[in-house]
Design a protein around this ligand. Sequence first.
Ligand code: ADP
Ligand code: AMP
Length: 219
Amino acid sequence: MGIFVVMLGPPGAGKGTQAKLLAKDLNIPHVSSGDLFRDHLGRKTELGLLAKGYMDRGDLVPDDVTVGMVVERIGRPDCQEGVILDGFPRTLSQAAALDGALSERGQSVTVVPLVQVADEEIVKRLTARRVCRNCGAVYNLVFNPPAVEGVCDVCGGELYQRDDDNTETVRNRLYTYHKETSPLIGYYFAKGLLVEVDGKQAIEAVQASLRVVLEMAGK
Ligand code: ADP
Ligand code: AMP
C-alpha cells in the first residue's frame, strides 16, 4: 500500500526539518514543492521563471502548474513505496488532484500531521532561517545554528537566506496560508487523517511526536 504522509502547517512550522528526518528514517523520498520550484528557478527553466514572481510575493503558484510538477515527481519509481510530502497540497484543488493521482495507483494518503506554530513565532523563525546552497540542510541562527557561521555542518556548503524569508513576504505567506491552505485542515479531518502535533516543541520532541503519529497510523 505504501506510506503517503502529507505534512500540513504554516510556512516555517518546521515541516521541511521534520520531513527530512522522517524520510531518512522510513527510507522514502522527501518531496517539497518549494524545493522543486527553487530547483527549476536555479536552472532557469520556463516553469521556474513563471514561478518566481509568485514566490517573491509570497503568493501561491497556480494550481495547474504546481499539480503537474508534483504529480510527475511522485509518479517516479522511487516514490512507489511512499513519500513525505512537504508544502503540497496547499489548496483544496491540489488536495483533490493528489487524491486522484494516488487512487489511480490504488493508493491513498496515509496520515496528515498538522504541525501547529503561532504566527509571531513563525516570523521569528523564518527571518532567522538559513539554508545550505549545496545540500539543502536547514538551520536557524537562533534555534538551530550551524557549528561555524555561514557553513553547513553536513557538507561544508555555503549557507544563504531565501529571498522570501523577509518580514514583509513572510507576512503575506502567512496570510496566504490562512486563506488558501487552512481549509485543508477540515478536508483531512473529515477523512479521519488529520493529527495535530505541537510544533513549538524542540526539533527532537516534534520528531518523537511524529514517530508516535506514524506508529498509530500503522507505519
Ligand atoms: P517549513 O518547512 O515548515 O517552512 P522549516 O523546517 O524550514 O519550516 O523551519 C523553519 C525554520 O525554523 C528553520 O530555520 C528551522 O531551523 C527552524 N525550526 C524548525 N523546527 C523548529 C523547532 N521545533 N524549534 C525552533 N526552530 C525550528
Ligand atoms: P515553501 O518552500 O514551501 O515555503 O514554498 C515557497 C514558495 O513556493 C511558496 O510561497 C509558493 O510561492 C511556492 N509554492 C510551494 N509549494 C506550493 C504549492 N503547493 N502551491 C502553490 N505554490 C507553492
